[in-house]
Design a protein around this ligand. Sequence first.
Ligand SMILES: *Cc1c(COP(=O)(O)O)cnc(C)c1O
Length: 374
Amino acid sequence: MRRETTDISGAALAQHAGALLEIDLDAIAANYALLRARHPSGPVAGVVKADGYGLGAAPVAARLFRAGCRHFFVAHLSEALAIRAQIPGALLAVLNGLLPGTEDVFLQHEIFPVLGSLEEISSWSTQARRAGKKLPALLHVDTGMSRLGLDFSAVTALATDKNLLAGIGIQYVMTHLVSSEIPNDTRNAHQKEIFDAACAMLPPAPRSVANSSAIFLGPDFGSDLARPGAALYGINPTPAEENPMANVVRLLVRVLQIREIRAGETVGYNATWTAQRPSRIATACIGYADGWRRTLSNRGTARFDGTTLPLVGRVSMDLTSFDITDRPDIAPGVFLELLGPGHGPDEVAAQAGTNAYEVLTSLGRRFSRVYRGA
Ligand SMILES: *Cc1c(COP(=O)(O)O)cnc(C)c1O
């Protein structure tokens, strides 16, 4: 575990930090338990790509492993190598597949490629012949995303010539839904039908279907392995309903200066906000370089002790201003809460005009990171 891992009450850290990102690993473990309960048809993997959705793949993977998770997915081989030691013996798969020349690295570190083309299958089969043993891998079937995975003609080729899969031990056949967060989207059932037809053409193997939202689509989307990412990190998998997941992230940023301005004075670049009354403006040390997106200009909010404070003016690279006129008790040095229970990544995403995934994965590297439950 990392050296800087400590409780938030670690006073020394908090004393010097301009911004604190508190990541509740116990909440991630609780979310994992809830997803397991919602997916009785098979185990639940942890998707920890993009550095664990921006929260730290190594501590997250270690905590999930401790919670009983034995299947992990990343996007890049480099991401798999970075966490291999944290999760001994667990299945660790690379969604982006097998780049030419990387076969030995996969083999050496017991990392499984997710094979999504006949070329990748051929390379892995050749590698198996060279190794003189069966090599494990996952197969990815494209049922509508048109991104990665075997298309119908590739599945047909595999069904016609069984030798193409020689030497490959298929651990799972998987697919990925395009609109799982929209329960009444007919694409969900349609993709499931295409997937079932493809699986019937392939050698019998366990199946993996559901991402976070699909776990909540009900038993039809249950399979031998679910692959949630977002919901583990507290992102709402059921956007039309209340968020069933526990909040994971708190972001606290320090107030640097406070200004009194007169009615008619403006704040920030291009003077996009004008005070309508004598106002107190707090400038906090976070900006778009920290992933606090510029589209939050004049739209975002902060919380302080139960009060919602409007973000005023443009978000700049390192600084953001808030109207604190109604909270005369805010002084330089106090922390404002930008992410936390009740205003999590989903709420900030709505203000910023993006999705919660982008809010989390954009979170910057300048924060002092504090892990609870490590
Ligand atoms: C990212 C990803 C997931 C996880 O999706 P969430 O919506 O974050 O749960 C699952 N499967 C594949 C193929 C992915 O790319």
